[in-house]
Ligand binder design. Sequence first.
Ligand SMILES: O=C[C@H](O)[C@H](O)COP(=O)(O)O
Ligand SMILES: C=C(OP(=O)(O)O)C(=O)O
Length: 448
Amino acid sequence: MNAKTSPSAGNTWRNLPAAQQPEYPDPEALRAVIADLETYPPLVFAGECDQLRARMGAVARGEAFLLQGGDCAETFDAVSADQIRNKLKTLLQMGAVLTYAASVPVVKVGRIAGQYSKPRSKPTETRDGVTLPSYRGDAVNGFEFTEAARVPDPERLKRMYHASAATLNLVRAFTTGGYADLRQVHAWNQDFVKSSPSGQRYEQLAREIDNALNFMRACGADPEEFKTVEFYSSHEALLLDYEAALTRVDSRTGQLYDVSAHMLWIGERTRQLDHAHIEFASKIRNPIGVKLGPTTTAEEALQYIERLDPDREPGRLTFIVRMGADKIRDRLPELVEKVTASGATVAWVTDPMHGNTFEAASGHKTRRFDDVLDEVKGFFEVHKALGTHPGGIHVELTGDDVTECVGGGDEIFVDDLHQRYETACDPRLNRSQSLDLAFLVAEMYRNQ
Ligand SMILES: O=C[C@H](O)[C@H](O)COP(=O)(O)O
Ligand SMILES: C=C(OP(=O)(O)O)C(=O)O
């Protein structure tokens, strides 16, 4: 990967089949949008992608833990200060819990500032006898169930860019401008503490952190590292026209980087080895994730390593396992064993959301908190048995008090789902469920 790369190397995916791509009615309009996007400034700096790759290297070697989370599908309407702050606050609280209670450095990555497109199981959706194209995320078409809204519109790719830029700008302001200072550890909880058991548990932990900080200050130590937080962006690299338009040759290294986000992942529905998404990912230097569903074979896992991590560089490749609570204990061991035996050092991360979705009688797509937890437990058990490192969690969450997943300490019942069911696609953990999960994962990590 050290030789300088020509910009055209980023185009080799174009000759290959690409699943889940929108069918735009006017290809000329798409071309015009892409030509504009190609002139837009990068959203992230390639050097930051290198830094995250180094952090992920620590995860892969067992020296750090990845916390990756955010919306299933970001929407343009939700680009507001409140919603971005609530999401960030939840991730910061989870990060504090994991760092303190599990005593491990936590690498924080949002599913944020770019998660605007969705692969779908079915190309169409039918309601009351009317069939329309499925909603594929705000970057592609509208959520509203009308014929006009569901037509893919390339102008939405520009809105995706601008929504990502605005979100990232605010995230950078919060994480470096004082809001994420560890001395704010109580403030992140203020609107939450009285109403929820996980908020109260967090408050206790925040008091302990505060005491530790006061002690350090009294000893004359007030490290700069506590005043800001390293926070990275990520999304699924689904819409290849958009990702390619934001792929640039880095002037420092001569290598290609997709500067739409720090980390990109390839989803379960687009990870075919001979298709365009893997080819695209093989050409960029960003840290890459690949989702591994229950049908993944060990041979496939080894081929992802060949294609995406030929230099065997810890931090380059993360396997995000999403098998389902009922399958992980059966399917994961062979993958981990064979990958470890091959000598590759990948990061293993659990996504306990996508294998555990079901439809409630009310018609809401939902997930049980207990299934989510059980998949994480299975993930830890497998790694414990094999002596390998459970490297992190990848979750769909929001900072708002939605009612989309059932269970949790502040229990949500199936009959509550309709109260605040706001997701544009899959059900997310709310803030209380996210904190519950962080405490339970910290315990598992400690016991590992
Ligand atoms: O978030 C992941 C997928 O886009 C989602 O699970 C697909 O949902 P669907 O099965 O309703 O299409
Ligand atoms: C679509 C997603 O997951 P998967 O590819 O694992 O189904 C996702 O994480 O948004």
